[in-house]
Design a protein around this ligand. Sequence first.
Ligand code: TMP
Ligand code: ASP
Length: 239
Amino acid sequence: MDVQKMGQIYEGKAKKVFQTNNPDLYWIEYKDDATAFDGKKKGTIMNKGILNNKISNHFFKMLEDRGIPTHLVNQINDRESVVKAVKIILVEVVVRNIAAGSLSKRIGLPEGTMLPKTVLEFYYKDDALGDPLINDYHIQVLDLATPEQMKVISEIALKTNDILREYLKDKKIDLIDFKLEFGTHKGQVILADEISPDTCRFWDLETREKLDKDRFRRDLGNVEEAYREVLKRLTGETI
Ligand code: TMP
Ligand code: ASP
């Protein structure tokens, strides 16, 4: 039976989520809207919805091929994809290889400092609280995930880092850090949301040029061009 788009169930900052005629599937639509700093900075990145849909699907397919469970089912068109219906776990997972952004601010390591060990961080996905940094104790107190789920989440996050880093090095991109979200589908913890220049820091391996949303956050210009460059390096595609 063909999957059909039904009523909208959620609108986030970068995507809309719709029900489908199949209760196990959601339909997502990527928007061009861009926000930063808890939505305090707002803008539009032309064609971002198309670029992130394609980039994220490319990463998810590649990860699935290497044994990582993800929500991706298939791409419908430029901006829309069908995914497994998940209940989002309210823990955002950040993996860091090189110091940047809030880590540099928090612990004083200059941006670009190679970390001797991969850093894993958890944030409480709560806009009203500004997504605060939390630890395993907070996660248990708030009952956001079970210890068993957190073990799976940490393992998937670190394995995803190994796969992405290696893969991106080939494309002459250094993976500085990135954010993952997880959901449960029929009791299984799987990767959800997106992996894109909105949710990762990508630096050109040689020039160290930023190819990600920091160009928008920091008003560096050529934002759309950077996202296009990432898609081109990943798939050869120009849109
Ligand atoms: P941070 O250095 O600002 O904490 O960001 C770490 C990584 O997480 C970076 O690759 C951007 C990504 N990120 C999101 O995807 N969403 C967010 O809301 C924030 C703050 C960061
Ligand atoms: N997406 C987040 C927001 O709008 C922040 C970010 O990516 O910098 O608040």
